[in-house]
Design a protein around this ligand. Structure first.
Ligand code: FMN
Length: 315
C-alpha cells in the first residue's frame, strides 16, 4: 500500500498547518510532530519532511531523529517542504538537507511562512529585533502565509507520490478504460463554479474518445455556462478492496449547437429520430466532454502485475 508519513518540525504552528493541510490530500497518510515521530517507519513508502527555517537550527530535530533511530530513506520516496520568510534561505537549506539525508532525488518545495512578533518567545523576539536592526528593516510582523500555495503544493505532492511505478503499455490502459466505459451507461457529471457545485447522475455515450450527454436541461448548465472544466465519474459498487473499479475523467465540456452535424450524429447514434426531436416543444441539449485525463483505479491492473491505479492522458 502506498502510505505517506509526514513529519513536521514547527515552533509557532505554520509548519504544522502545512502538514495538517496536505495530509488528507496525500492519504492514506499520517502526520506527526517530530517530537512524537514513530521509531519504525516500515509501513510507509513515502515521507514528507516539513521544517521551518530557524537559521542554523533549521531541521535540527528531524535530523537528530533520523540519526537516533537510524532511519533509512534509501527505498522511500521523499519530499522536503521548507517553510520560511526567504526563498533564498529556503533553497539553500533544502539543498543542504537533501544531501545530508542522502536523497538527491527528493522533491524540494518552499512555502512562504509568517512571523507574528507577539507570538514569539522572549529569546526569539530578541533575536529578530537584533536581526531587523542589522539589516535595517522595521521590527514587526513579517511574511504572508497563503493557503492557496499549500493547496498547489498538495497537488504537486499527490502527483509526485501517486505516479504509478508499474505501468502497462498505453494501449492496454486505453482498452480497459474504453471497455469499461462501453460496458456502463451512467455517470456522475460534476459541474460548477465558485461555491456552486453539482454532481448529476446521467446517462452518457462514449464515442470516438469523447463523452456525449443528452439532456433536457437543468442546473448543471449554470456551472457549464461559467466553467467548461468538468469531471465525470463512472464506477462499480464497492464489494471489497480486491475488486475496485472507479474511473474519473477530467476534461472540457462544450454544449453542441443544435442541429450541427455532430449534434445530429449523436441523436442518430441514440436511435432518436430528428423529425421527432425537432417537433418537441422544448430544445434538447447535448453536452460533449473532451477528456484530458483519465484516472482509473481498477483491481484488474493489479492482477495483471501493474499498479491498480493508472493514468491515461489522451493525445
Ligand atoms: C528566531 C527566528 C529565526 C528565523 N530564521 C529564519 C531564517 O533564517 N530564514 C527565513 O527565511 N526565515 C526565518 N525565520 C522565519 C520563520 O521561518 C517563519 O516565521 C516560519 O513561518 C515559522 O514557522 P513555524 O510557525 O512553523 O515555526 C525565523 C524566525 C525566527 C523567530
Amino acid at each position: 500500500m502506498n502510505v505517506t508519513l509526514i513529519l513536521y518540525e514547527s515552533r509557532y504552528g505554520t509548519g504544522k498547518r502545512v502538514a495538517n493541510f496536505i495530509c488528507p490530500v496525500l492519504g492514506p497518510a499520517k502526520f506527526f510532530d517530530i517530537d512524537d515521530a514513530p521509531q519504525d517507519i516500515k509501513h510507509y513508502s513515502n515521507v514528507v519532511l516539513v521544517f521551518s527555517l530557524y537559521g542554523y537550527e533549521s531541521c535540527k530535530k528531524i535530523l537528530n531523529y533520523m540519526e537516533e533511530n537510524q532511519i533509512d530513506f534509501s527505498k522511500k520516496k521523499v519530499a522536503l517542504v521548507c517553510v520560511g520568510l526567504s526563498k533564498k534561505d529556503g533553497e539553500k537549506e533544502l539543498y543542504k538537507i537533501k544531501s545530508i539525508i542522502n536523497k538527491e532525488d527528493a522533491l524540494c518545495e518552499f512555502i512562504e511562512g509568517e512571523m507574528c512578533i507577539n507570538k514569539l518567545s522572549k529569546d526569539d523576539k530578541n533575536k529578530i529585533e537584533v536581526f531587523c536592526n542589522k539589516v535595517k528593516i522595521p521590527f514587526g510582523d513579517l511574511g504572508k502565509f497563503n493557503e492557496d500555495s499549500v493547496l498547489e503544493l498538495s497537488k504537486k505532492l499527490r502527483e509526485y507520490f501517486n505516479t504509478p511505478k508499474f505501468i502497462p503499455p498505453t494501449n492496454i490502459t486505453k482498452k480497459e478504460i474504453e471497455d469499461f466505459l462501453n460496458r456502463k451507461n451512467t455517470c456522475t457529471l460534476a459541474t460548477g463554479y465558485e461555491d456552486y457545485i453539482r454532481s448529476t447522475p446521467i446517462e452518457y455515450e462514449y464515442y470516438d474518445g469523447n463523452i456525449y450527454i443528452i439532456s433536457e436541461g437543468g442546473l448543471k448548465f449554470i456551472g457549464l455556462s461559467k466553467n467548461k472544466k468538468v469531471c465525470i465519474c463512472v464506477y462499480e459498487n464497492y464489494t471489497n478492496m480486491n475488486n475496485l473499479c472507479g474511473l474519473q475523467i477530467s476534461g472540457d465540456a462544450e454544449v453542441l449547437q443544435p442541429w450541427c452535424e455532430e449534434y445530429i450524429q449523436a441523436l442518430n447514434r441514440k436511435g432518436l429520430k430528428i423529425e421527432n426531436i425537432s417537433k418537441l416543444p422544448f430544445d434538447m441539449n447535448i453536452i460533449k466532454v473532451i477528456p484530458d485525463k483519465y484516472e482509473f483505479l481498477y483491481s484488474k491492473f493489479k492482477n495483471l502485475g501493474f499498479d491498480s491505479k493508472q493514468i491515461y492522458i489522451p493525445k
